[in-house]
Design a binder for this molecule. Structure first.
Ligand code: ADP
Ligand code: MG
Length: 673
């Protein structure tokens, strides 16, 4: 049968409405989607592992003769099968089984199975293996690798394998944006294929997928640039006034980025610029210059922060910088009284405020801007793409310019992949005079010594953070909780003010505590990771992080960036519990040895993949089908080169068309990151 790539999956044998809706959950609608639904790993069922060589944790094909089959009565009934092959012995356990299974296992002589082994008491045991029984020695095993597909409830591997087989047997064109032969290779690796060949083919396909993605992003950028934004040329030079009043000189990097942003704003083309800068690199003030430019033209700016705490801080900063220049600033959060909210909404609508700082509250329908020209989104990785888009439609007759800021240092190759539709500015310099942060890794058993160390700091008039990953004790997670540690630390520091800050406190309370800490009324702040973004207290010079092993590098780096903001050397103590995993050891060592956010981000990318870095995993956003940015980000320079050629070279329009048709059908959400 000739394959029509975009034909419905229901054209396959055995795919009815029920299976169709299950497949839809995996993003599989068209025949080509099924072809692109590739195995994420393979089982090696081509080699029988001698029983003696099996170790706990192994996933393997095994066989032997059945030497015992007993029914056990413990907490529930179970079946225990003993298997021997002359080299050793293992146990198979079934905690639910049919009468047929039991009879078959007790009268058969040989068994071949596949499964994962664990110690169960003293027996190396495989629970519920896949198996086949024989009455004579089993024939040689299948010679090929067995694919394992990503799946969902109600859809077994066997079913997926047979669907993949069916789809591969169709008569496909040689090239559907990706060579058919490559896709088939991954579905049905030929005899003798080894894993390095599989990786190489995957990489080839990832290259195609990323190219399609790049083309889509470029397309979006073109669409945006065809729209009209308010041109914001310089008129009153209020920015100069701010420069004079700031009390510090901009770093060269800040000055460069300010000028990149202002140049964009002069044009009647919607800006979409990402400003990346490590924690403490001074992004906020860069944003302030952009807001001033809009205000000079009597246009409004929305500044959006991911948390109330951060919105509050931005409001304070923006007001202090802009109000002396005659620019009105207001705050809009979910915490206002009805009357306050009414007044502020009115001021936003009638244009009497120019800069509106807020949280998600800014998205509400009842927020009507008078003439929004610029939206600034801080810590953009905390927002979903859709939320960012929502502000876009708040412009009146124009599309507002967008400035997005992130402190998450994103490796350059990843930026190129994910933000191909944006222009990127990097603040790659910290303000002068920043003191280094010395980082120490400390076993939790030595917490008492640390308590003394911190006491010295508090006595000298400095402040400290003590960070926990949990608010309350938990049965499932073995980690120190803030509410447990807080009273203990209160007792340990009788001469100091100790306060607690966590995400379940009321917003007003949180802001009150934070303000008191800023004002120096609190010496030690026991907090959860709510303080991760934006909090700025230069007099705080020590941070202790409990259970640092539970956190990723990006998050640890963000947290640590809360200290080292003043003129005194700072310290960060990473407390870890025993039984560190290898990964955790690598992370903690990297943190101890480096303060370079970009280096740490690269490491994080290698160790954990991009979902954690970008927070897309949390936001539940779709990622790529095949490309794994942890493995394939290095392809980006080549991808961009190819993408640009495809865009400019008319002779290659068919290749471009095929790529997009297969990988980025207009109606699928698949390629949004
Ligand atoms: P981030 O990039 O993490 O958002 P902030 O904008 O919060 O950093 O800036 C951190 C601190 O550094 C703030 O107190 C800010 O006023 C200060 N700051 C910003 N730029 C400079 C500079 N060029 N020189 C000295 N201090 C600066
Ligand atoms: Mg910031």
């Amino acid at each position: 049968m000739k394959a029509r790539p975009e034909a419905d999956v229901t054209t396959l044998k055995g795919v009815g409405p029920r299976l169709q809706s299950t497949l839809a959950k995996l993003g599989i609608h068209r025949l080509v989607d099924l072809l692109l639904h590739l195995p994420f790993r393979y089982q090696d069922r081509s080699r029988v592992v001698p029983l003696r060589q099996i170790r706990a944790g192994d996933d393997c094909l095994f066989e032997g003769s059945i030497t015992a089959c007993q029914t056990l009565f413990g907490r529930g009934r179970s079946l225990k099968v003993t298997l021997e092959d002359g080299t050793g012995q293992v146990v198979l356990r079934f905690f639910h089984f049919s009468r047929y299974q039991q009879e078959n296992l007790s009268k058969s002589t040989y068994l071949r199975g596949y499964g994962t082994f664990r110690f169960y008491g003293r027996d190396l045991t495989c629970a519920h293996p896949e198996y086949e029984t024989f009455n004579e020695p089993p024939p040689p095993p299948e010679a090929t690798l067995t694919p394992v597909y990503p799946t969902t409830q109600g859809l077994g591997q066997a079913r997926l394998r047979s669907l993949a087989d069916q789809v591969c047997n169709l008569d496909w064109p040689d090239d559907i944006g990706t060579p058919f032969a490559d896709l088939e290779f991954l579905h049905r690796p030929p005899t003798g294929t080894d894993f390095s060949e599989i990786d190489a083919v995957r990489e080839k396909i990832a290259h195609d997928e990323l190219t399609a993605y790049y083309l889509v992003m470029k397309g979006r950028a073109l669409e945006r640039k065809a729209n009209v934004a308010p041109a914001l040329p310089r008129s009153k030079a209020l920015g100069r006034d701010l420069l004079r009043r700031l009390g510090f000189k901009l770093t060269q990097a800040q000055a460069r980025v300010v000028s990149e942003v202002l140049t964009d704003l002069e044009k009647p083309v919607p800006m979409l610029r990402l400003v990346q800068g490590d924690v403490g690199s001074g992004k906020t003030v860069v944003a302030a210059f952009a807001a001033i430019r809009a205000a000079e033209q009597n246009c409004q700016t929305a500044v959006m922060a991911p948390t109330e705490l951060l919105a509050e801080q931005h409001h304070i900063n923006f007001a202090a910088w802009l109000e002396p220049l005659g620019i009105n600033v207001t705050l809009l959060t979910g915490q206002l009284s009805a009357a306050e909210q009414r007044d502020r909404l009115e001021a936003i609508e009638n244009g009497s405020v120019a800069v509106i700082v807020g949280t998600h509250a800014l998205f509400q329908d009842k927020v009507v801007f008078n003439n929004l020209a610029l939206s600034i989104i801080d810590e953009q990785h905390r927002f979903g793409v859709h939320q960012r888009m929502a502000l876009k439609y708040k412009g009146n007759s124009y599309e507002p310019h967008q400035l997005v800021m992130t402190a998450t240092p994103i490796p350059r190759t990843l930026t190129m992949a994910l933000y191909a539709d944006m222009d990127v500015s990097v603040i790659d310099e910290l303000p002068a005079g920043r003191q280094p942060i010395t980082t120490h890794t400390v076993a939790v058993g030595r917490r008492d010594e640390l308590v003394k160390e911190v006491e010295k700091v508090l006595t000298s008039g400095r402040q400290a953070y003590w960070v926990c990953t949990l608010i309350d004790e938990s049965d499932e997670i073995d980690a120190t909780a803030a509410t447990t540690l807080f009273p203990e630390l209160v007792k340990k520091y009788p001469g100091n003010q100790v306060a607690l800050l966590h995400g379940r406190m009321k917003s007003q309370e949180k802001i009150g505590v934070m303000q008191a800490f800023k004002d120096g009324e609190i010496d030690l702040l026991v907090a959860t990771t709510v303080i991760e973004v934006g909090v700025d207290v230069p007099n705080a010079t020590v941070m202790v992080i409990e259970n640092a092993e539970r956190m990723g590098l990006a998050q640890l780096h963000q947290l640590r960036g809360r200290v080292g903001r003043g003129s005194v050397a700072s310290h960060c103590y990473l407390l870890f519990s025993e039984h560190l995993s290898e990964g955790a050891k690598v992370r903690l060592t990297a943190m101890r040895d480096s303060q370079d956010g970009f280096y740490l981000a690269e490491q994080d990318l290698k160790l954990r993949g991009p979902g954690d870095i970008l927070g897309t995993r949390q936001a539940g956003e779709q990622s790529f089908r095949i490309a794994d940015l942890g493995l394939h980000a290095h392809l980006m320079p080549k991808v961009i080169e190819r993408g640009e050629k495809l865009i400019t070279d008319d002779a290659r329009s068919e290749e471009m068309f095929n790529l997009l048709k297969t990988w980025a059908p207009a109606d699928s959400g698949n390629l949004t990151v």
